[in-house]
Each structure stands twice: as C-alpha cells, then as structure tokens.
Design a protein around this ligand. Structure first.
Ligand code: NAP
Length: 345
C-alpha cells in the first residue's frame, strides 16, 4: 500500500456514501481522505523529530538550540552554570543535574562545551543512565581531539558523529544557507534505526541550507588550522589595535573591522582550544610570525636603500663612503632627490 492509498474498509465506506447518503454527509466524507493524508503527514513529521540533550548550554549551545526548537525537535539541556531562565524563553527543558538529563533518555547527546573542558565534562557524564544506543555528537571547532576522546571514553554501543558547523552566532545570524557543515560518521551502527537517527540529525543542518561536507577529522584539522586559526589570530591581533571606524573607510578597512567584530565575540577559551588542541596550529603561528618578519625586513630594506642614497648620493666629502655603498644603490641610479614614493617601484 502506498503512503497515501486508503485501507479497504475506508474505500467501501466511501462507495456506500456515494450511493445512499444525503449530500451533507457526502461532503463530510469527502473531507476524510484529506484528514487521513494529514494524519499520515503528521505521523511522518513526528517520526522525523529527535529528542536531543545539549551538554554545555553557553553561547553556542543556545544558538543551536534555537534552530533545533524551530524545527520541532525536543531539546533538553544541562550546563555547569544555571541557564534555567534562558532555557524557558527558548523552549528548552533545563536540568541542573546531569543525572536527570540522562534519565530522560535523549536519543542524541550534543556536546557543546568548550574544547578545553570537553574531557572532564565527558568523563563526569553519567552515561550509564542513558539508553545503551545513544548517539553522541560534538560541535567542537577541532575534530581529532573529540574523535579520539569519544572512542576512548564512550561505551562501544554508543554511536559517534563528529561535526563542525563552521559558523557561529555572528556569521550565521542571517541564516545558515551555503555555510559549511563538516562531519565524519566516526561510528554509526549498521542497523536501520541507527543510520536513520544519524541521518535525521544531519538533516537538521541540510534543511537550513548548509553546505554538507563529509570529511575525516584529521583533514578538517589540517584545513581549519590554515583557515580558521589564521582568521581568528589575525582578528585578535587587529582587535588589540582597537581600530576605529573613520569617515573615509575603504572597502578593505571595512573588511578588517568586520573580521574583528566576527572574532571578538568568541571566548578566549575557544581561541585557545583552536591553538592547543589542533596539532597543526603551532606551525601556522610560526608561519605568521615568519611572514611578518619577512615583510618588515622587506620594508626596512627599502628604507635603508633610501637613507644610503641620501647619505652617499650628494658627493661632497662622501666619495670614500660612497665606495662602501652596496652596488644596488649606485647601480639603480637613485639620486639625492629620491623620495619615499620611490619605495613603491
Ligand atoms: P566556549 O567558551 O568554547 O564554551 C562555552 C561552554 O563550555 C559553556 O557551555 C560552558 O558552560 C562550558 N564550559 C566551559 N568551561 C567548563 C568547565 N570547566 N566545566 C564545564 N563546562 C564548561 O564558547 P562557545 O562559543 O559556547 O563554544 C562551545 C563549543 O562550540 C566549543 O567547543 C566551540 O569550539 C564550538 N563552536 C563554537 C562556534 C562559535 O562560533 N562560537 C562555532 C562552531 C563550534 P557554562 O556556560 O555553563 O559555564
């Protein structure tokens, strides 16, 4: 029977109503197939919803919870701090005690804690109170670290999905369309229920229009160190300069101001986690350092050339010194009148 075909008793009833019943009742009958379809649709909708327990209900946990609620999922939460009031406003059931949250048997535990607290939070979670086949998902901005932690700490029966929605409350404030969502199905049981549950979770982000990218955790960390860590580092460096908007902002300067705004909202714990828990980050900070040094050498090198021209270019009493000048200066014909503008050439 196809999803919307009618059961035999219903068809008989319909035929009978066509033959014998008054027009008023026929109209009532005509409405029933639609009612039946609506009920099937409703049952389908219900079955696509998940009961999700968020652990770590800070900035990012709340941001995700709003989307989950909007999509009709049941959301529970637990955090170190008491977020009961905020939870009520969003439509989330908040549990101060993690035991109580686990006893509600969410199908998915969504870990949204800071990177640096993840291990202690995971170890202190009373996983024995959960159903034996719960799906664990994380959203940490580094990926190999939680992957290894999950495999090491969680019982074998639990499924593991490592994800990184590569946007936050600032970059995703106008919707998530086209924004990358990276994931690796680290350990998903092969039975239909488990595969289906994992897919339902991924569909949450697909429905919002995210660009779904399946990628290994180690590959993610390699790319993220080159892109995300560099972005956060440059944003934080510029933040320390306390740049101000001016009446003559260029497009490039506006981009820098946006970068500062985009990265300054994130906690230092998050930034430190990107550095400490991604093996590729140290190399990137060294590269940044070397690149800045090389640029400075380039600039000061030009400056020295100009100073030398001024020192040696005028002849008077400087013939001897001139002989000591580097060949580049005498060959390139810079004269006494050389100006800073010539650095551009
Ligand atoms: P965060 O500073 O990285 O994490 C804050 C969360 O960690 C809060 O829920 C906080 O709980 C919890 N926490 C911190 N220290 C703890 C401890 N010692 N014990 C127990 N819980 C502790 O900021 P976030 O922006 O909310 O990020 C959360 C996670 O999402 C991180 O893993 C981050 O990498 C990831 N993520 C963030 C973004 C983003 O744009 N912000 C984007 C993608 C992924 P309390 O508030 O209850 O103290």
């Amino acid at each position: 029977m196809s999803a919307f075909s009618l059961p035999a008793t219903f068809r008989v009833k319909q035929r009978a109503s066509k033959l014998f019943v008054m027009p008023r009742i026929r109209a009532l009958d005509a409405a029933q197939p639609f009612d039946y379809e609506a009920r099937i649709m409703e049952a389908h909708e219900k079955s696509s919803k998940l009961k999700i327990g968020i652990v770590g209900f800070g900035n990012y946990g709340q941001f995700l919870a709003k989307a989950l609620i909007r999509q009709g999922h049941t959301v529970l939460a637990h955090s170190r701090s008491d977020y009961s009031d905020i939870a009520v406003k969003i439509g989330v059931s908040f549990f101060r005690d993690p035991h109580d949250l686990c006893e509600e048997h969410p199908e998915v535990i969504l870990l949204c804690t800071s990177i640096i607290s993840t291990e202690s939070v995971l170890r202190s979670l009373p996983t024995q109170r959960l159903k034996r086949n719960t799906l664990f998902v994380d959203v940490l901005s580094v990926k190999e670290f939680p992957r290894n932690l999950f495999l090491q700490i969680l019982p074998q029966e639990f499924d593991v999905l490592c994800t990184h929605p590569m946007f936050g409350p600032e970059s995703g404030k106008d919707g998530w369309k086209g924004l990358p969502f990276v994931y690796e199905k680290v350990r998903i049981g092969s039975d239909e229920y488990k595969e289906d549950r994992c897919q339902k979770f991924l569909d949450i982000f697909a429905k919002e229009g995210c660009r779904m990218v399946e990628m290994s955790c180690s590959e993610h960390d390699r790319h993220a160190a080159e892109s995300q860590f560099i972005t956060h580092t440059v944003g934080r460096m510029l933040g320390k300069l306390e740049l101000q908007s001016t009446p003559i902002n260029t497009k490039g300067y506006e981009t820098l101001l946006n970068l500062v705004e985009n990265t300054s909202g994130d906690s230092f714990d998050l930034y430190y986690g990107l550095f400490m828990y991604n093996v590729n980050s140290t190399g990137q900070i060294e590269r940044l350092d070397a690149a800045f040094d090389s640029l400075k050498r380039q600039l000061y090198g030009h400056l020295h050339d100009i100073l030398r021209k001024q020192l040696f270019g005028n002849g008077k009493g400087s013939e001897n010194l001139q002989r000591l000048a580097p060949p580049a200066v005498s060959r390139n014909g810079y004269g006494q009148e050389a100006t800073a503008c010539e650095v551009k050439q």
